[in-house]
Design a protein around this ligand. Structure first.
Ligand SMILES: NC(=O)c1ccc[n+]([C@@H]2O[C@H](COP(=O)([O-])OP(=O)(O)OC[C@H]3O[C@@H](n4cnc5c(N)ncnc54)[C@H](OP(=O)(O)O)[C@@H]3O)[C@@H](O)[C@H]2O)c1
Length: 327
């Protein structure tokens, strides 16, 4: 395994494995025994960066989510896991009532929600302190200042370490960080967005955010990361939910002439490297000039082993140049 530092403050920064494990479906779609086996296997391989959210996976049973955090809490207790494993969670996108969603009825990012939801996440996970807490989606009904101060209050009382943000317009991330900096408060340092080798069209609605919210890391976000070396991009859905091996899963916003061109280079490089296309995608993210940490979900140990092996796959500068240039 290889490791990378996330965060800049010596009191909150952490060393995490370069491949993060998504626990989104653990405890709902993925049963308990399989989930525990995947978590154990990941940790045995040196993995220590696990991702969940207070709303996972509300869509699996039409409830409000929480199964993933609860399963991780049971796994932590049964294995005697301490703070060597970094568990990141999120708030803001939990539906306020069963049968609703983050699109029509989200808990949002008010000071009250941030205080209370973080407390409930700590209870479900069995943690005194959340290592990394993200604002999951934007909330246009609450002033950014309120959200910034509420996250900082959790950091100040020691119940949260690092702060992160997901699926926000870049200008909102920058404004929130500027508000925090001006007030001498900690700001978002870990940015979680969808990112993979294939690029989405911007004129077709994102499957997760049909309202037009930003889900994918586009050129503006990547430019922001280049300008702010203290920030880290955590790339969700790096394997496009299995679409590299099952093309029928490719979302509509990837249906454009650039996709076959990029897939062709991925296949060429995979052949040359004796690797799979999934491994080339992950290695391309891990070893690139920007700090990108792929966050992949898995449903079997075989998938996890394939993804873990990508950590040791070194792409040559010439292969990287071809992968970057294809369009
Ligand atoms: N911030 C956000 O809004 C947000 C949104 C989505 C996800 N996330 C986070 O990101 C994590 C990963 O996202 P994701 O599950 O959407 O996308 P992903 O990691 O791209 O896809 C995971 C799925 O891809 C398939 N897969 C994984 N490895 C494979 C392999 N080696 N060979 C073939 N198929 C493979 C599996 O599908 P099958 O199980 O069907 O075989 C697996 O369930 C989640 O667990 C969650 O923590 C965050």
């Amino acid at each position: 395994m290889k490791y990378r530092t996330i965060g800049t403050d010596p009191t909150t920064r952490r060393e995490v494995s370069v491949l993060a494990l998504g626990a989104m479906l653990f405890g709902s779609v993925t049963d308990e025994a399989t989930s525990f086996a995947l978590l154990d296997h990941y940790v045995e391989a040196g993995g220590n960066f696990i991702d969940t959210s207070d709303n996972y996976a509300f869509w699996a049973d039409g409830g409000q989510g929480g199964q993933s955090e609860e399963l991780l809490g049971r796994w932590r207790r049964s294995r005697g896991i301490g703070d060597e494993i970094v568990i990141a969670t999120k708030l803001g996108a939990r539906p306020l009532a069963p049968g609703t969603s983050y699109t029509d009825n989200p808990e949002g990012l008010s000071a009250k929600v941030i205080r209370e939801s973080a407390e409930r996440s700590r209870e479900r996970l069995g943690l005194e302190k959340l290592d990394l807490l993200y604002a999951h989606i934007e909330d246009h009904t609450v002033p950014l200042q309120e959200t910034v101060e509420a996250f900082a209050a959790l950091a100040a009382d020691g119940t949260v370490g690092l702060l992160g943000v997901s699926n926000h317009a870049v200008w909102r991330v920058e404004r929130a960080r500027a508000l925090a900096a001006a007030a001498g408060l900690p700001g978002y340092e870990v940015l979680q967005y969808a990112h993979t080798h294939l690029r989405p069209r911007s004129d077709v609605p994102d499957a997760l955010f049909p309202d037009g919210s930003l889900g994918h890391a586009g050129p503006d976000l990547l430019g922001y990361l280049r300008a702010e070396p203290g920030l880290t991009l955590v790339a969700y859905s790096p394997l496009l939910k299995g679409a590299y091996t099952r093309p029928e899963r490719l979302p509509a916003d990837f249906d454009h002439p650039g996709t076959p061109a990029r897939l062709a280079v991925l296949r060429d490089v995979a052949r040359e490297a004796g690797a799979t296309v999934n491994q080339v995608v992950l290695a391309w993210q891990i070893g690139g000039e920007l700090p990108v940490l792929p966050l992949a979900g898995v449903s079997s140990v075989a998938q996890l082993d394939e993804n873990l092996a990508a950590v040791d796959l070194e792409l040559s500068p010439e292969q990287r140049a071809r992968l970057d240039a294809a369009h």
